[in-house]
Design a protein around this ligand. Structure first.
Ligand SMILES: [Zn+2]
Ligand SMILES: [Zn+2]
Ligand SMILES: [Zn+2]
Length: 151
């Protein structure tokens, strides 16, 4: 009969006392079934699995919220999203060029605090004219929209 030493309790046991495990070299768990069942019932193990569950739940909630959020935005501003996609497309195939300067305040390469380029295509003649854009830094862009909404 083949035997194996359990790495947990250090007792030599029959291989039938070990569960099969496809990732180990001998295809057997390094812990015997006894030690495994003790661990399964231990508070440490329960805590670990609860934490994991919590983390997974949190992650999916977050992702769902993000999807819901962007769908809502798209539904609320269909013209705006369409126009933005057209601009991105035109930049990609060279119809439109994204300058690195704000056409209003003249700032070159404006960047967000996290380093992303803060140049936006602003649809000053409405979103129907998707490629008729003014390039603004994110600060001027925000101002432009605030002014328009106040009027
Ligand atoms: Zn053991
Ligand atoms: Zn600007
Ligand atoms: Zn705009």
């Amino acid at each position: 009969m083949k035997t194996k030493v359990c790495t947990k309790c250090h007792k030599r046991r029959l291989v039938s006392r070990f569960r099969e495990h496809y990732r180990t070299p001998d295809h057997l768990n390094s812990w015997c079934k006894n030690c495994e069942s003790v661990y399964q019932k231990s508070p440490a193990r329960k805590k670990a699995s609860n934490e994991l569950k919590k983390r997974i739940r949190h992650k999916t909630n977050y992702r769902e919220a993000a999807i819901r959020g962007s769908n809502k935005h798209r539904a609320k501003y269909p013209e705006k999203s369409k126009a933005r996609i057209k601009v991105q497309y035109a930049i990609r195939n060279g119809k439109l060029e994204r300058p690195n300067k704000c056409s209003k305040c003249g700032q070159v390469n404006p960047r967000y605090q996290d380093g992303r380029l803060g140049i936006h295509a602003h649809h000053h003649n409405g979103y129907k004219k998707a490629l008729d854009v003014k390039w603004l830094c994110y600060i001027c862009h925000r101002k432009e929209h605030l002014q328009r909404e106040v009027k």
